[in-house]
Design a protein around this ligand. Structure first.
Ligand code: PBG
Length: 339
C-alpha cells in the first residue's frame, strides 16, 4: 500500500515508544497510603489487601524511610486505634498519645523533609460506629452525622497533626466547610505552612470495602448522607470549587478508576494541583485477579496508574507506590546494564 501516514512507525522499538510516550508515572508524583495500628508487636497482614499491612510504629518508620529513599512524594498516614479505644466521638483522634499523632511525630522525625508526611483527617478510624463524624438524632428520629460539630473536631485534629509535624493534612470526611475551618485553625496556631490536600470530590463507593478491614471499622449503615452519589459530576465540580474557595492547596478525586472523567473535568476546572486516590478496592481487584492468573499483574498496575495520570491527576495515591518506584529503578538498571 502507498500510505503517507503509518502511525505504527513510531511504535517499532522500545526506545522510540518511550520517546513519544505522552504520559509517565514518576515516583515524585506518587503517595503511599500506610496504616499504623496501636498495640500490635508485629506488622499485621490485611487479608483483602495482599501485600499491605497494618504497621507497628517501627515498621512504619522503616517504610517511610524506604519511601523517601525511593523518591516518593510522600506517605499518607491512617491510624488504627485498639478496638477498646474506639468510642462515639473518636476521642483517640485528638489525644496527643493517640496512635495517629504518635505516628506523625515518629515518621517526621525519621524522614525530615526528604518525603512528605501527610495525614488523613477523619474520624471513621476512631469511632465505634464507623462514621466519619459524631452522630446526632434529629427530631424525626433519624440518626445523622452532625456536620458542624464534626468540623470542629476536624479542626482540632488538624491542629494536633500540625503540632506533631505533618506537612499536609487531608480532610476526607466530606463535611461542609471543613477546609475553611481547618485553614483557620492552622493559621491561628501559626501553622501557615501546613498545606491542605482536600478530598474534594469523594463518592460513596463499594470500592472502599477492603479499607474497612484495614482500619478495623465495622460501619453501621452507609455514608450516602455525606459522600457523593456516583452519577453526579456537576455536583463534584461544585464541591471542588467550594474547597478551592476555602483554601484547599490541592484537591482530590476519590475513588480514581470509576471516576476518571471526573478527574479530567476537575483538571480543566481548577488551577491547583489535582490528586486522585487509587483506593483499596481498586488495588484488591487487580491483586485478586492476578492471584488467580487471570491478568498480568505488572501490566495491569502500569495501565491503572497510567490511566489515572492520563485522566489528569498530577498526584496519585496508590498502595503500589513503593513497588512502582523500586521497579523503575531496577528497570533502569537493566536497560543501562544491557548496553
Ligand atoms: C476516610 C477515608 C476512607 C478512605 C480514605 N480515607 C474510607 C471511607 O471514606 O470510607 C478509603 C481509602 C481506600 O479505600 O483505599 N477516613
Amino acid at each position: 500500500m502507498e500510505l503517507t501516514h503509518r502511525p505504527r512507525r513510531l511504535r517499532t522499538t522500545p526506545v522510540l515508544r518511550a520517546m513519544v510516550a505522552e504520559t509517565s508515572v514518576e515516583p515524585r508524583q506518587l503517595v503511599l497510603p500506610v496504616f499504623v495500628a496501636d498495640g500490635i508487636d508485629e506488622p499485621r497482614p490485611i487479608g483483602s489487601m495482599p501485600g499491605v499491612v497494618q504497621h507497628t510504629l517501627d515498621s512504619l518508620r522503616a517504610t517511610a524511610a524506604a519511601a523517601a529513599e525511593a523518591g516518593l512524594a510522600g506517605v499518607m498516614l491512617f491510624g488504627v486505634p485498639k478496638p477498646e479505644d474506639k468510642d462515639p466521638t473518636g476521642s483517640q483522634a485528638l489525644a496527643e498519645d493517640g496512635i495517629l499523632n504518635r505516628a506523625i511525630a515518629a515518621v517526621r522525625a525519621e524522614v525530615g523533609d526528604t518525603t512528605l508526611v501527610m495525614s488523613d483527617v477523619c474520624l471513621d478510624e476512631f469511632t465505634d460506629h464507623g462514621h466519619c463524624g459524631v452522630l446526632t438524632t434529629m427530631a424525626t428520629g433519624a440518626v445523622v452525622v452532625d456536620n458542624d460539630a464534626t468540623v470542629e473536631l476536624y479542626a482540632e485534629m488538624a491542629r494536633a497533626h500540625a503540632a506533631a509535624g505533618v506537612h499536609l493534612v487531608a480532610p476526607s470526611g466530606m463535611m461542609d466547610g471543613q477546609v475553611g475551618a481547618i485553614r483557620a485553625a492552622l493559621d491561628a496556631d501559626g501553622a501557615q505552612d501546613v498545606a491542605i490536600l482536600a478530598y474534594a470530590a469523594k463518592f460513596a463507593s463499594s470500592f472502599y470495602g477492603p479499607f474497612r478491614e484495614a482500619v478495623a471499622s465495622s460501619l453501621q449503615g452507609d455514608r450516602r448522607a455525606y459522600q457523593q452519589d456516583g452519577g453526579n459530576v456537576r455536583e463534584a465540580l461544585r464541591e471542588v470549587a467550594l474547597d478551592v474557595e476555602q483554601g484547599a492547596d490541592l484537591v482530590m478525586v476519590k475513588p480514581a478508576l470509576p471516576y476518571l472523567d471526573v478527574i479530567a473535568r476537575v483538571r480543566d476546572l481548577v488551577d491547583v494541583p489535582v490528586a486522585a486516590y487509587n483506593i483499596s478496592g481498586e488495588y484488591a481487584m487487580v491483586e485478586a485477579a492476578a492471584a488467580h492468573g487471570w491478568i498480568d499483574r505488572e501490566a495491569a498496575i502500569s495501565e491503572t496508574l497510567t490511566s489515572i495520570r492520563r485522566a489528569g491527576a498530577d498526584v496519585v495515591l496508590t498502595y503500589w507506590a513503593l513497588e512502582w518506584a523500586l521497579g523503575r529503578e531496577q528497570g533502569r538498571g537493566r536497560r543501562a546494564g544491557g548496553r
